[in-house]
Design a binder for this molecule. Structure first.
Ligand code: NAD
Length: 260
């Protein structure tokens, strides 16, 4: 293994029990990282751990609600028992479909608590340990919704816009500590997250909606979790040492090629 090695690195991945996060956990573990999974769904996180252990690699699962600061702090301290964390992936996120007329106060609070405050909680708790790493990396999972208008995604877009600006703010403030902070902005990726919102919001029209959402990427399909994980791997590896404060589109051309 010459390039993109994560040997001896300690990585924290939120939402590693499913979809993009799961793929990141498996990919990082295969590259030699010890992976610590923080997920609300402990059973799902444990399944990821089993798959990683079956490969002979290292992983631990923790039940964690990223929206709960005390919970995050406790777990991050456990992860960092040897003093450092090298990589933090803020991946846990939840969706909501609807324009502002369909967004109730409780929806807004729920989306804020997980998608924004969750990122704040995890960065705040991990920073002392990322500083000790000397080469700390934070990667946030933003979205195409961070930069372009998407129909009926008011609350979700609001939170993902904040993930983008959190990325810029952290990158600037902690560059002096050797910490790099970037985000990736996926288009639609085929995960349980997408299947879930199609099922809940378009019952009986699942196949039709799947086709429609696939075609909104000019490339003609949804992304694959592994494709997100491979970009995440590059950005968290030492090979990306010159990259900070950047937002990487990984969207089949959604943001730049959808004009005509
Ligand atoms: P997913 O629903 O398949 O997985 C999300 C994981 O996060 C689950 O394991 C879930 O248990 C966990 N989680 C949810 N709330 C949590 C909480 N409060 N605390 C801890 N863990 C929690 O989702 P996915 O499609 O893999 O999406 C992952 C990230 O990528 C999200 O931030 C999402 O917004 C973003 N994203 C997804 C897509 C897409 O099309 N799938 C596109 C752009 C961005």
């Amino acid at each position: 293994m010459t390039k993109f090695s994560l040997k001896n690195k300690i990585a924290v991945v939120t939402g590693g029990g499913s979809g993009i996060g799961k793929s990141i956990c498996l990919t990082f573990a295969k590259q030699g990282a010890a992976v610590h999974i923080l997920d609300f769904n402990l059973e799902a996180a444990q399944e990821t751990v089993q798959e990683i252990k079956a490969l002979g690699e290292k992983a631990v699962a923790y039940k964690c609600d990223v929206a709960n600061q005390a919970n995050v702090e406790d777990i991050v301290k456990k992860v960092a028992e040897n003093g450092t964390i090298d990589i933090l992936i803020n991946n846990a996120g939840i969706a909501h479909v609807g324009n502002i007329e369909a967004v109730e106060e409780a929806d807004l609070d729920r989306l804020y608590n997980v998608n924004i405050k969750g990122v704040y909680n995890c960065i705040k708790a991990s920073l002392p340990f990322l500083k000790k790493s000397g080469k700390g990396v934070i990667l946030n999972i933003a979205s195409i919704a961070s930069t372009v208008g998407i129909n009926d995604r008011f609350a979700y877009s609001m939170t993902k816009g904040a993930v983008l600006t959190i990325t810029y703010s952290i990158a600037k403030d902690f560059i002096k500590d050797g910490i790099r902070c970037n985000c990736i902005a996926p288009g639609r990726v085929h995960t349980p997250f997408v299947d879930g919102f199609i099922k809940n919001n378009y019952p009986g029209k699942e196949d039709e909606m799947f086709e429609k959402l696939s075609k909104t990427q000019p490339i003609g399909r949804m992304g694959k979790p592994q494709e997100m994980a491979d970009l995440a791997l590059f950005l968290c590896s030492d090979e990306a040492g010159f990259i900070t404060g950047s937002n990487y589109a990984i969207d089949g051309g959604f943001v730049t090629l959808n004009g005509n």
